[in-house]
Design a binder for this molecule. Structure first.
Ligand code: MSP
Length: 509
């Protein structure tokens, strides 16, 4: 039986500098989902990469006294280091300067010139270089998206016949409720499409850093047209490759809300022009802000992932970003909030639960898991809640609601800790109620195990450590048989290890 495929992508990051936590956010989300789908039997293809052409990169490289490619190489190296530090399990990393991609972009461009979907015209108007976006109108000469100064350009340009695809796009949006997620992002895109679409410029001729237009090398392909194509060129398109047939259409393009128009309008129209299916889902997340302002290089309000990782570890960054804010909404970043989540939820909540469970089994049962020999109301209720959790997590993950998945999990963490307080195992031990104590500790061990199985995509380093302490089996490619109650066998060894989340002193606090 062939496994079902799951093709998930991140945007290609501009190589204009080191990535901050806003940039890492999309990739961490993709990694969580990729791990979750792999653990549930899917044949996952997880793509990320770098966006290297265009005026912005050309200028940035010049400021560093470097050639664009040389500059890009140095930044891509940093991306790779970051993805390694954050345990990102991508299957392929595409660079828009890769030969096969450049060749494919030229071929696609030619194809669309031949079909009449791309034609030569003249662009007179405004351009935002930081956003690499053509801007229709602006009263104050500033970019409506980033607020920076626009440049007036007047160029002979190739145009893509976007106007032709308005009706088809409306049909796509209306007929597929999960094409644009979260649902609250749909109306805005739909309304703008319904107002009517104009053809868009897809080439530039005043600089050289890009893929030359076939047969007209004074022009280079517009950086967004080039970059969007990565999602299919990475699979070998426009050649009819086995990989392309296997994985296209993408199941999930993860993006930030700032680039929703490119992904939900321009990209599907390009695909329609090429005769390819549109992606199944585009999910747009919100922005991380500092004091309410979007974290961005140009504003200089930046937090780098390593600042969190060096203090609290990579798992904490992952956990925090998806626990603190519903995935889709904006959220404000503070180190206080990271510190609170770490100490209250990871250290005192989850870490303490696993620690108490393992150490009481060690102390009272010599490190052998006791059997749940007698009935206990509290234990029964906790077991029922924990057993129901994996299905709820699944439902949330399928909607790409990472925050809801964590909330279902944390509900069980809270109840498990409450059960420890209510059942007072240390009193049961003192009073010699060994059988009841066995039931309580078995229930806690099995609950902790289920929690760690569900948390694995969010805590890929820590969850396996906790599972090992509980003597539990774990297979990152096959979680389903482990998602039911009663997998831990009485008599199996449990070891008390180091705390999963040791206390952290923040310097200067
Ligand atoms: N190169 C384009 C994407 C091309 S995709 C074919 C681009 N690159 S980017 O580096 O500027 O942004 C990459 C991603 O990082 C986007 O999804 C963007 O939304 C995200 N973020 C950048 N700053 C962010 C925050 N402050 N908060 C959350 N995400 C943010 O756009």
């Amino acid at each position: 039986m062939t496994r079902e495929k799951f093709y998930i992508t991140t945007p290609l990051y501009y190589v204009n500098g080191e990535l901050h936590i806003g940039g890492a956010y999309t990739t961490l989300a993709a990694d969580i989902l990729a791990r979750w789908h792999r653990a549930h039997g899917k044949d996952v293809f997880f793509l990320t990469g770098s966006d290297e052409h265009g005026q912005k990169i050309e200028r940035e490289a010049a400021e560093h006294g470097m050639a664009p490619k040389e500059f890009a190489d140095s930044i891509v190296q940093k991306f790779h280091e970051l993805w390694e530090a954050l345990d990102i399990t991508f299957d392929h990393f595409i660079r828009t300067t890769d030969d096969y991609h450049e060749r494919a972009v030229g071929e696609v461009f030619k194809k669309l010139m031949d079909s009449g979907d791309i034609y030569l015209g003249r662009y007179e108007g405004l351009y935002c270089t930081p956003c690499e976006t053509f801007v229709a109108t602006s009263e104050d000469g500033l970019c409506p998206s980033c607020g920076r100064e626009l440049e007036r350009i007047s160029e002979e340009n190739y145009f893509f016949r976007l106007s032709k695809y308005g009706d088809a796009l409306l049909e796509l949006i209306d007929g597929n409720p999960s094409f644009i997620l979260p649902p609250y992002r749909r109306a805005e895109v739909r309304n703008r499409v319904a107002e009517g679409l104009e053809d868009i410029s897809v080439s530039r001729s005043t600089f050289k850093w890009g893929v030359p237009v076939p047969g007209d090398p004074d022009h280079i392909v517009y950086v967004w047209f080039d970059a969007l194509l990565n999602y299919v060129t990475a699979l070998g398109a426009p050649d009819d490759t086995e990989r392309f047939r296997r994985y296209w259409p993408a199941d999930l393009h993860l993006i930030g809300k700032d680039i929703i128009w490119f992904h939900c309008v321009i990209w599907p129209a390009m695909l329609m022009a090429l005769g390819y299916e549109p992606p199944r889902t585009v999910f747009a997340h919100g922005w991380w802000t500092i004091n309410g302002e979007k974290i961005s290089k140009s504003k200089g309000n930046i937090v780098y992932p390593r600042e969190v990782v060096s203090l609290y570890g990579a798992d904490t960054l992952r956990f925090f970003l998806f626990r603190e804010v519903p995935f889709g909404r904006d959220g404000n970043f503070t180190f206080e909030a990271v510190d609170n989540r770490y100490h209250q939820e990871l250290a005192n909540g989850l870490g303490n639960l696993v620690m108490r469970t393992a150490s009481m089994i060690t102390r009272y049962f010599g490190g052998k898991l006791p059997s749940p020999a007698v009935e206990d109301e509290g234990a029964k209720a906790l077991a029922a809640l924990a057993s129901a959790m994996p299905a709820k997590v699944r439902e949330a993950m399928e909607r790409v609601d990472l925050g809801a998945a964590l909330e279902h999990i944390w509900n069980v963490v809270r109840e498990a800790n409450r059960f420890v307080e209510n059942s007072k195992p240390w009193v049961l031990a003192k009073e010699g109620e060994t059988e009841r104590l066995g039931t309580v500790l078995y229930t806690l061990a099995e609950t902790s195990r289920l929690l760690l199985v569900e948390l694995y995509p969010f805590l890929p380093r820590t969850a396996p450590v906790g599972l090992a302490q509980l003597g539990a089996e774990w297979d990152p490619l096959d979680a389903e048989p482990l998602e039911r109650w009663g997998v831990l066998k009485p008599g199996s060894p449990v070891t008390k290890g180091k705390p999963l989340f040791p206390r952290v002193e923040r310097p200067g606090v």
